[in-house]
Design a protein around this ligand. Structure first.
Ligand code: SIN
Ligand code: FE
Length: 297
């Protein structure tokens, strides 16, 4: 009999503050949940707005785009059409979230601390449902994260999200089948990278660093899932509502996910080398290498 495939899980964990030590059972559970491809949900962990920051809660602040991004190292903001006074407020809010989300991960996942790289912070003020985009950028479709211009060369993409919707509206996600099932379904129909294509992409400035064979396969998995409408409709999936005032964490390069609705969230991306994981065999890199029988980075 074929083994039944279940959608990924969302596990609630009791974490009471951004900057508070977590119980050792909570820490152990968090690593297991995340590396296994499930989502850690922290229902009570609210990101509180400071005085005046509610002015930032308007989609107009993102101009034509859907997200505003911050480089937490330099403080440089991208994608905002805010006036100067609001720009400072926006920067302050995003820098505070960048620092709290880092504190949260250091408390919850201390085993990763030495190896975590903090990347972009984003503010997402636009309603997801009905937002127009090309199919490739349409995050309402199930996918695993992989980005054309930012190869990770196998490093993990770990993301912290918080819902700051002022009307109490949840952010709705669907989580899909386990990564190994996605790989089993599609990988053998995906052609390998063209020889020398990674060097050419890098020379042309289309990628920020070399696109490894791993990045090639991840990008193609992302695209193939999104383009397969039958899969989108019929794949095993489970809807989950992340309440306003809650926070959640996932390795979004492994957890198949689709953001279906909601407005006003903050997100912080981190990168983690595979060897810093508690169990590197659970990484997309090692799963793909095992399936294809060769090294991919
Ligand atoms: C995504 O990573 O696909 C979007 C998630 C979200 O904005 O809730
Ligand atoms: Fe995504």
């Amino acid at each position: 009999m074929a083994e039944a495939i279940c959608a990924s899980e969302v596990a609630s964990l009791p974490v009471s503050g951004w900057d508070q030590p977590c119980a050792s059972e909570t820490r152990e559970q968090a690593v297991g949940v995340l590396e296994g491809g499930d989502v850690v949900f922290i229902p009570q962990l609210r990101f509180a707005l400071d005085n005046g920051e509610d002015r930032l809660l308007t989609p107009a602040i993102a101009g034509e785009g859907k997200n505003i991004s911050l480089d937490p190292a330099s403080g440089v903001l991208r994608g905002s059409s805010a006036a100067d006074t609001e720009m400072e407020l926006l920067q302050g809010m995003m820098i505070r979230f960048a620092s709290l989300s880092r504190a949260l991960l250091l408390n919850l996942l201390p085993g990763y601390a030495a190896e975590l790289t903090q990347a972009r912070t984003s503010f997402r003020p636009v309603e997801i449902a009905g937002r127009s985009s090309s199919w490739r950028k349409d995050d309402t479709r199930l996918h695993v994260d992989s980005f054309p211009s930012t190869p990770t060369q196998g490093r993990r993409i770990l993301r912290v999200f918080t819902n700051i919707n002022p009307q109490g509206r949840p952010r709705s996600w669907r989580v899909g089948e386990p990564f190994a099932a996605v790989v089993g379904r599609y990988i053998h129909s995906i052609p390998g990278p063209a020889p020398a294509s990674s060097v050419a992409l890098n020379l042309l400035g289309l990628t920020k660093s070399r696109r490894s064979a791993y990045d090639h396969y991840m990008l193609r998995l992302h695209d193939t899932m999104k383009a397969d409408l039958d899969y989108q409709k019929n794949a095993v999936q489970r809807q989950f509502e992340f309440s306003a005032g809650s926070t959640w964490i996932a390795f979004t390069d492994k957890t198949s996910h689709a953001a279906r609705g909601g407005q006003y969230a903050l997100e912080q991306t981190f990168y983690l080398p595979v060897d810093a994981m508690m169990n590197p065999a659970q990484s997309p890199l090692r799963i793909l290498e095992h399936t294809l029988g060769r090294r991919l980075v």
